[in-house]
Design a protein around this ligand. Structure first.
Ligand code: HAM
Length: 417
């Protein structure tokens, strides 16, 4: 127990963290270009927010939340996703008063008590964007396009984009009636969860992971067949924006997504090579959520991307991110005086922006040179008593093996070259 982390959690070790940092940098750079501002919300919230926001009949709320009572007897939940928290912060800080259109993004850990498998963890990381204040289809297109731009820059060009419309509450009411009629005769064949969803939220049955339920609903009426004129026009407009940018997509009328807040557009970006957990990015419009959380009616659209899944996709496709390796300087020294000088010199090197390392264990010169080589040092400074007495050091270029004697006063200048 003491030496093993909880199931479904991962340590990101120094040798792996480089690709995370590159991914995060690229995401931030694209968010800047699209003028999305970063928001950092707490990792825990009042449980009520997710019950209301995500929806009481969703798998997340029914089975997957890390909920506990704190010492003040409040029910607290580790955030399972970022949209509800963003909406809460948007309302709490009256962001709409600062600018009626808010373009926000976040990155960080999320928590879901799900059965861990490849691409599914109990602590995982999402990058998400939320655009609050526009009801226009161009906003839906904008969030899909930023996701694709980021994935493309990473080399992930050929992911599948699935889009669908699940309509507004009016279309959904029409659909609900059709669905209830369709499922009515098959009620006894549904899994116990779906049997209870039938009364409370039959749309969720379309999203059930149970194979038998999936087979039953494969012929169920699609929401697409029940769209009102406004929702249909919105969906067509979104497609015209995607076409304008030559984006390949597929209309997938079975796509409903697993959270309750969606209205109109839903979409997923997938890579089938990931197997069961093939969705790299999922999102959609949620025009009713701000109101549901106690605010004024505010249209909104966004998505979240699973960062572990992005990295897994890169791995499966054999794409390596260019993680910088090696160090600029290694300072090898022999003897107490020389080590003190090395310590001072290294301090100066770092102040000049050089990446440097030295020996901290009083090892032999041979062992230090071996370590410098292993660390990929570009130059090694050798400081021995004899060199020090002459006010000099030896600088070795590791690639060519060339060595020069340099005056200590000239050393930083030489190393910076
Ligand atoms: P979601 O589909 O629940 O949507 O999650 C979005 C993405 O997070 C998934 O497509 C997947 O890549 C990743 N993900 C989810 N669960 C796990 C897990 N257990 N392990 C690893 N990765 C996971 C949302 O969370 C919505 N808040 C998205 C959104 C934002 N919609 C509108 N705005």
């Amino acid at each position: 127990m003491l030496t093993t982390g909880p199931r479904g959690t991962n340590d990101i070790l120094p040798q792996e963290v480089g690709k995370w940092q590159i991914l995060e940098e690229k995401i931030r750079s694209w968010c800047e270009r699209y003028h999305f501002g970063e928001i950092r919300t707490p990792i825990f919230e009042h449980t009520e927010l997710f019950l209301r926001g995500v929806g009481e009949t969703t798998d997340i709320v029914e089975k997957e939340m890390y909920t506990f009572t704190d010492r003040g007897d409040r029910s607290i939940t580790l955030r399972p996703e970022g949209t509800a928290s963003t909406v809460r912060a948007f309302l709490q800080h009256k962001l709409a008063g600062q600018a009626p259109l808010q373009k926000l993004y976040y990155m960080g850990p999320m928590f879901r008590y799900d059965r861990p498998q490849a691409g599914r963890y109990r602590q995982f990381h999402q990058f998400g964007v939320e655009m609050l204040g526009s009801a226009e289809a161009v906003a839906d297109a904008e969030v899909i396009v930023i996701a694709l731009d980021i994935l493309k820059e990473l080399g992930l060009n050929d992911l599948e984009v699935h889009i669908n419309s699940i309509g507004c509450p009016q279309c959904r009411q029409v659909h609900r009636e059709k669905l209830v009629e369709f499922l009515g005769d098959r009620l006894s064949e549904l899994c116990p969860d779906c049997a209870s969803r039938f009364e409370r939220n039959p749309l969720r049955i379309l999203d059930c992971k149970n194979k038998k339920c999936q087979a039953i609903v494969s012929d169920a009426p699609a929401v697409m067949t029940c769209l009102c004129d406004d929702c249909r026009a919105h969906f067509e407009k979104l497609q015209s924006y995607l076409q304008k940018l030559n984006i390949k997509y597929e209309v997938d009328t079975n796509l409903v997504r697993g959270l309750d807040y969606y209205t109109k557009t839903v979409f997923e970006i997938m890579y089938s090579g990931l197997g069961a957990q093939s969705t790299v990015c999922g999102g959609g419009r949620y025009d009713g959520l701000v109101e549901e959380c106690g605010g004024p009616s505010t249209p909104a659209v966004g998505f979240a991307m699973g960062l572990e899944r992005v990295l897994l996709t890169l791995e499966k496709m054999g794409i390596q991110l260019a993680v910088p390796q090696g160090i600029d300087i290694f300072i090898a020294s022999m003897g107490d005086e020389a080590q003190k000088e090395a310590f001072l010199l290294l301090h100066e090197c770092r102040a000049h922006g050089l990446k440097g390392e030295m020996d901290y264990r009083k090892r032999s010169l041979k062992a230090q040179m071996k370590q410098a080589n292993k660390l990929g040092a570009e130059k090694v400074v050798i400081l021995g008593e004899e060199e020090l007495n002459k006010g000099q050091a030896v600088v070795r270029m590791m690639e060519t093996g060339e060595q020069l004697e340099v005056e200590l006063s000239q050393l930083i200048e030489t190393l910076e070259k």
